[in-house]
Design a protein. Structure first.
Length: 143
């Protein structure tokens, strides 16, 4: 079992969204979540970062496939549509209503999720480098 390094251990108790750092769609979703999260309960890390790579290794996930959104919530991971719905539930307020879509079978939700994930670069483009947060947002991004 992979031991959590001391400098990363506190991050496992946070609500961390792991995203593809070069994906324009993913970065737009991060920007939206930063605007919606008035309580600053969400943290962010690219899947390509040291922390993102460690999480992928810890949960035996591929470290070179960034087609899945991952939500790390108090040491547990939620992937794909489950991750997105859990983020909505965590945000609370109006967004919590979207958790209702959990009644749709996972295979159906994830089929749509995977279709978008497979086409996201073509539809929305990608960057050459991962996002660099502004100084006032730096504390919300884990590396």
């Amino acid at each position: 079992m992979l031991k959590i390094p001391q400098d990363m251990s506190e991050n496992f108790s946070k609500n961390v969204i792991l995203f593809d750092g070069i994906c324009n769609l993913c970065n737009d979703v991060v920007n939206l979540l930063l605007d919606l999260d008035k309580s600053n309960i969400l943290y962010f890390s690219s899947l390509q970062s040291d922390f993102g790579q460690f999480v992928l290794q810890k949960f035996n996930l591929p470290t070179d496939n960034f087609n899945s959104f991952i939500f790390l919530k108090k040491g547990k991971i939620y992937q794909k549509s489950d991750g997105a719905l859990e983020v909505c539930r965590t945000l609370g307020g109006f967004w919590k209503i979207l958790y209702f879509f959990k009644i749709i079978p996972t295979f159906a939700r994830n089929a749509i999720y995977e279709w978008v994930a497979q086409n996201r670069y073509r539809w929305f483009g990608k960057k050459e480098y991962c996002r660099v947060p502004t100084p006032n947002l730096q504390a919300r991004f884990l590396s």
